[in-house]
Design a protein around this ligand. Sequence first.
Ligand code: UTP
Length: 415
Amino acid sequence: MDKMQDAIDLLKAYNQEHIIKWLDKLEEKERKELINQINSIDFHQLSELYQSTKKEIEIKENKIEEIKYLDKAKLTKEQKEKFDTLGEEAIKNGQYAVVTMAGGQGTRLEHPGPKGTFKLDVYGKGKYLFEILAENLKEANKKYNANIPWYIMTSKENNEETCKFLEKNNYFGYDKESLIIFTQGELPLIDEEGKLLIGKNKKIKQASDGNGGVFASLRTSGALADMKERGIKWVFIGGVDNVLLKMADTTLLGMAIDKNVEIASKSVVKASPSEKVGVFCKMNGHPKVIEYTELPEKMAEELDENGELKYGESHIMCNLFTIDAIEKISKETLIYHSAHKKNSYLDENGKEIIPKEPNSYKFEAFIFDAFEFFDDIAILRGKREDDFAPVKNKEGVDSPKTAKELYEKYWERNK
Ligand code: UTP
């Protein structure tokens, strides 16, 4: 009874009275679950996050400078060999692990299931996104005679489905002992008035806390400790939805080792100055990804002495960290960004509403906000046609259609 009263008091204090009605309507078991959920929510944080959705983004006085990078295509033969040898050694010595972030909601793709379970229509039969990644990593294992531990991050929302899918498909032939699934944290969703939403399961709707949640959840899930036990020194973190992602790029790894940095990243050059992507820069002396909305037009068009865009290195979710860097970031607090998304919910009569337009806010930490905790980053410029074919939207740019074309063309060239 006390717990119920605590929950009601919280709901009243934070203007969430509509949920009290649900408490009255539910059966004993469901009510208990909802009460526990309410009592575990940080309502103060939530109200701060809601306030943040109404604030204009503040562009502070910042010193923005271009970032240094190496172009993979322009490395000398010696440089390339040196990096590849260093990278290969680290992999062969069992010091390299890969994390796939698969906890996103994939709302833009509108696939009814975790994004990794989406089948891309390639070569007639098609391949699942998880399958494409598994193939890439198995190839690396074969090439380097290694057994790279593969950590897959799911969300509370999609964990069960992901686990079942991977099991049913026999982990696409990946060694089960080397495949570790862990789950990220979540935050409640709120509508445009700051109200919590009730989902079909009669619980408050929550969603994963962004790809930046990877650091904290690696630690709290025990995955970081597992990595340490296995002697891992370098951790590559990539998304689930880039079908040209290189899971074990020895040039990137070797470059990071050679330059003695704690973080490294692969970029591709911006397609045009106005492309809507975040680009690398140095802000107030620290590496940072600056959103296109924050980069003044004049700077976006600025060229360097070689006639290349000064701020042209796009962030493609292809990042490498030392294990110590992950440990360090996992103890920091990353800021949350709000994303306006479509999320279904039950209205007060229990009817499911499936919105056609974005109706709610999801709060997400971004992986690249971690870069500013470091003084330096090593960036390797890759090639769009070799490294970047994302599956984001149902149609148009970065859709299954564009990814299929890029994937098939790549494999045509690299048969
Ligand atoms: P995106 O930010 O593109 O999000 O994720 P998404 O969930 O795939 O798609 P939308 O925005 O809902 O349409 C980039 C990568 O980060 C992962 C995704 O699974 C993808 O690999 N991600 C994102 C997480 O692992 N957790 C999150 O909370 C968010």
